[in-house]
Design a protein around this ligand. Structure first.
Ligand SMILES: *Cc1c(COP(=O)(O)O)cnc(C)c1O
Length: 377
């Protein structure tokens, strides 16, 4: 079996977790703080607040931005479902924007088409780690008085025009789920350049508490509850793994880019598939190797699904590329405009395995099987 992903944990991660266990302090504490420093350093953002998942982080980002009932938030339908669900968690209304035909990201144009008079925020996604047009979209949001929240769940290690993702973000959210580039099992982080938002995020992730447990420990200090909040904490066990993984980020990204480049090479003469090609001025972390399978005369998606079926039958952990929320039962009846490009991506995109230990032989086997599938349907 060749899995779609394979998190790589070495002796350093094991030793870091053992240290936490021996210390006796396993909840949010010094390791979470160290992980936050590593994230702030990597992204160049002023503050990083670590939470239990990116979904929790998106919810908190919307909340600190003042988004709630009565507000519209423009989101791509074409994204992992959490992007849309986070808007629902905040009590606001998701409005689906389409994506570009040649890139699975929203653009200034598709956001303008979806915009409503109640739009107070946009969640734009750096889909599969591919940076969106940050300059254009940030200018649009600023001109229209909306907050731009960057869903950077997949984008740790990517660079937009030479700058780390989230470098100058109002709010950006990363994920540390095993499908992403750096993993702590479950986990997320909200990055911001506003100190008032950072303070509030720190309170909101732990019940609105003014003084965290690790700061009170061994003192007679008493906490207050400034406002209602959630329990969105990460444990020190997870953060200890994150600190080690952040130290290996450059090497992880370099290896993933090598794997993606090898797929590009192996598929260069295959006209039935179009691999994702990020903008040449950006650096892509190769979080997912995604390609579009050219549809045949039958309904969109059928050829992709047939190829996917063959890959899976041969024990290759390929997956649908990106889902579209408006095609899922949870959001099927939600009002929306036409989303033709999102539907094309959802029906045609295919994700191939990418991980650090994927061998050249495995990559050649995957591509040979893919070609076999394309030839038979
Ligand atoms: C994975 C993912 C999320 C959710 O991340 P979790 O940490 O699992 O909550 C949100 N948005 C996008 C685009 C993702 O790919």
């Amino acid at each position: 079996m060749i899995p779609i992903i394979q998190p790589v944990f070495g002796p350093d991660e094991l030793a870091a977790v053992a240290d936490v266990l021996r210390s006796g302090w396993v909840v949010q504490g010094p390791r979470v703080l160290a992980f936050e420093h590593a994230i702030a350093q990597e992204t160049g953002a002023a503050h990083a607040v670590v939470v239990s998942s990116a979904t929790a982080g998106l919810h908190l980002a919307l909340h600190v931005a003042g988004i709630g009932p009565g507000d519209d938030v423009v989101v791509p339908s074409l994204s992992f479902i959490a992007t849309t669900n986070a808007v629902w968690m905040a009590g606001a209304n998701p409005v689906f924007a389409d994506v570009a035909p040649d890139m699975p990201n929203v653009s200034v144009q598709t956001l303008q088409q979806a915009w409503t008079p109640q739009t107070r925020a946009v969640i734009a996604v750096h889909q599969l780690g591919v940076p969106f047009d940050r300059a254009g979209i940030a200018a649009l949001c600023a001109a229209r008085g909306a907050v731009l929240i960057e869903d950077a769940a997949c984008a740790m290690g990517s660079r937009y025009r030479g700058e780390a993702i989230a470098h100058s973000a109002a709010l950006a959210v990363f994920s540390f789920h095993p499908r992403k580039v750096v993993t702590t099992g479950e986990g997320g982080a909200v990055v911001t350049n506003r100190p008032d938002w950072a303070d509030r995020l720190q309170r909101l992730r732990q019940h609105g508490m003014t003084l965290a447990a690790d700061r009170r420990h061994g003192t007679s200090a008493v906490e207050a509850y400034a406002e209602p909040g959630w329990n969105y904490r990460m444990t020190d066990l997870q953060a200890a793994i994150g600190v080690v993984q952040m130290g290996r980020l450059a090497a992880i990204v370099a290896r993933r880019r090598q794997v993606a480049a090898r797929y590009d090479e192996l598929l260069a003469d295959c006209w039935d598939v179009a691999p994702l090609q990020p903008h040449r001025d950006d650096t892509w972390n190769a979080q997912t190797y995604c390609l579009c399978v050219a549809p045949d005369t039958r309904a969109a998606g059928m050829r992709r699904d047939a190829v996917l079926g063959l890959l899976q039958a041969r024990a290759i952990g390929a997956r649908r590329g990106i889902l579209a929320a408006h095609l899922e039962p949870a959001w099927r009846d939600h009002p929306r405009g036409p989303l033709p490009c999102s539907e094309a991506w959802a029906g045609q995109s295919l994700a191939l395995p990418v991980h650090e230990h994927l061998s050249d032989e495995e990559q050649r086997y995957i591509v040979a099987t893919l070609r076999e599938g394309l030839a038979t349907v």
